[in-house]
Design a protein around this ligand. Structure first.
Ligand code: COI
Length: 360
């Protein structure tokens, strides 16, 4: 086992890879992890030595602040391998900025930008064999920060752990999803943490999503917490609605995550000549559009799900099926964005980031 100090990074490589134990054809999202992980502790007001080491448990005390107050934020990113074996990330600069924005909202210190990128480059180069070629094969990247002070006083932690773990995955959902529009529960509120990628935002959705699942729906599309009148986002993805040939999505706000896939879809849609409107969308206009046949598509957009078509929605106990379109915007947009991600077409937006360690 070698411990190598490269720039400021401490790198300890695995002795033997566990990759041969993994069946890449039957992967369930987020259950298998690669050989290495990144870890960096914040102690005495400073981020300590950034460390790459074999993926392993972390030993912590039960008083760890994150267990009691949920002071934790995360990101979701992906690494893609093209046919020539080069590895790419998609707009990682956006995730870097967002994790620090989320951190600020949760009173967590910012993590240095240079280390964020170096950690990703080094990890992905070490675990290159886990990134399989071809659309649909991908390594999901999960950077996260947790409060690690051993203290149960309800105040921001004085210590933190920034980590990155990698998980080879295929698709997030199997097939098109059915959703329910929220009528009672809310994901976030004005002035709250909805725009941050805070761990607790996800925990708060589990119970109402379970209620939806018991009735046969897979996801909830959250509405505004004041009146449940406006359609906002779906928790694991931002929501898009196509009425006739206009693509609609809600503007970002305190309550809605500024999704990287969301903003990329908006740019691609405009680039492909689609009519796009970013504005408040009422539940009633979507229900009316479903009734009169002008609702052509609903889909979710997010890093994990990419673009996920919705096959039906439910509101006030009534199910509204959405017919598959021949000229589906969801399919076109997914094709285009994944072509950029897998380096299959030119990238007119400059979104692709080539992974490698020669820069360090
Ligand atoms: C992502 O799309 O990366 C997300 O963060 C959703 C996740 C909770 C699966």
């Amino acid at each position: 086992m070698s411990t190598d100090i490269t720039t400021q990074f401490s790198v300890e490589e695995i002795k033997e890879s566990k990759i041969n134990q993994v069946d890449f054809e039957t992967l369930v999202f987020g259950q298998v992890f690669t050989d290495h992980m990144f870890e960096c502790d914040y102690i005495d007001g400073e981020w300590q030595t950034p460390t790459i080491k074999p993926y392993q448990p972390i030993l912590v005390e039960p008083s760890l602040k994150v267990f009691h107050y949920g002071q934790a934020v995360f990101e979701g990113m992906k690494a893609y391998k093209d046919n020539a074996g080069e590895v790419w990330m998609f707009r990682p600069d956006q995730n870097q900025v967002r994790i620090n924005k989320s951190a600020k909202r949760l009173a967590i210190p910012e993590f240095p930008k240079e280390w964020f990128f170096e950690a990703l480059d080094r990890l992905l180069v070490l675990d290159d064999a886990w990134i399989k070629k071809g659309k649909g094969n991908v390594v999901y990247i999960r950077p996260f920060v947790i409060a690690t002070e051993n203290a149960i006083m309800a105040a921001p932690s004085t210590q933190y752990k920034f980590m990155i773990i990698l998980s080879p995955v295929k698709s997030y959902f199997r097939g098109d999803v059915s959703v329910v529009f929220a009528e009672h529960y809310s994901r976030s509120a004005d002035g709250g943490v909805g725009a941050a990628k805070a761990a607790g935002n996800y925990a708060g959705q589990f119970y109402p999503t379970n209620l939806a699942k018991e009735k046969g729906y897979e996801q909830v599309i959250w509405t505004d917490s004041n009146e449940h009148k406006y359609l906002e986002e779906a928790g694991t993805m931002n929501a898009f609605f196509r009425i006739n040939d206009t693509l609609l999505t809600a503007p970002t706000s305190d309550r809605i995550l500024d999704g990287v896939t969301r903003k990329s879809v908006l740019d691609i849609a405009k680039h492909l000549g689609m009519q796009v409107e970013v504005r408040k969308i009422t539940v009633s206009e979507v229900v009316e559009a479903a009734k009169d046949g002008s609702l052509k598509e609903i889909f979710g957009a997010g890093t994990a799900v990419v673009i996920s078509p919705v096959k039906s929605f439910s509101y006030q106990g009534i199910d509204y099926p959405i017919e598959k379109q021949k000229n589906s915007y969801a399919i076109k947009l997914k094709e285009y964005i994944t072509d950029i991600q897998y380096n299959k077409i030119d990238d007119p937006f400059g979104w692709r980031y080539k992974v490698g360690v020669d820069k360090y």
